[in-house]
Design a protein around this ligand. Structure first.
Ligand SMILES: [Mg+2]
Length: 161
């Protein structure tokens, strides 16, 4: 079933959060590759398939913004969602101007996260497969459900089919 999962690169220096949220995402539609530093994320993305990345903004070493730039440079189709704590919203907004799909403020709940990841993955599938938004929305209607999990599954089918 691994091949039916969406490859998510998850980068956060808060290891407890990384582990707990990573497990919860693994229980959903994701195969999660977790790393605690931007440097490791760059390396991991060179050696593993990655559909979307979830990147913490504040980390020791290269920060989320720099990680975003480097990932985008090497993997232009990768969609990246930035995670930010209180007080860093401005920097998170800057990130969306240099290519991040969106940002999410921590602490975030699983539903919020799934919703954002769903949108990011949808964009990737559209870009990668050259599907226009109108057509994509029609294709997603066939899933006959608005649950993010159902839509994620349908997106994965579209992506591999
Ligand atoms: Mg951090």
């Amino acid at each position: 079933m691994e091949k039916n999962k969406i490859n998510l690169l998850f980068v956060d220096d808060e290891e407890q959060f990384l582990e707990s949220m990573g497990k919860r995402l693994e229980a959903r539609e994701f195969k999660v590759l977790s790393v605690n530093r931007g440097e490791k994320a760059i390396e991991a993305a060179r050696n593993n398939p990655v559909d979307i990345a979830l990147v913490d903004l504040k980390m020791p070493g290269i920060d989320g913004e720099e990680t975003l730039k480097l990932l985008k440079k090497e993997h232009p189709w990768m969609e990246i969602v930035i995670l930010t704590g209180h007080g860093s919203i401005d920097s998170a907004v800057d990130c969306t101007q240099i290519g991040a799909h969106s940002y999410l403020q921590k602490p975030c709940d699983l539903d919020q996260l799934l919703e954002v990841l769903k949108e990011a993955y949808k964009k990737r599938v559209m870009n990668k497969n050259k599907i226009e938004e109108k057509k994509m929305n029609e294709m997603l209607k066939i899933a006959q459900s608005n649950s993010p999990r159902e839509i994620l599954r349908r997106l994965k089918e579209i992506d591999s089919g």
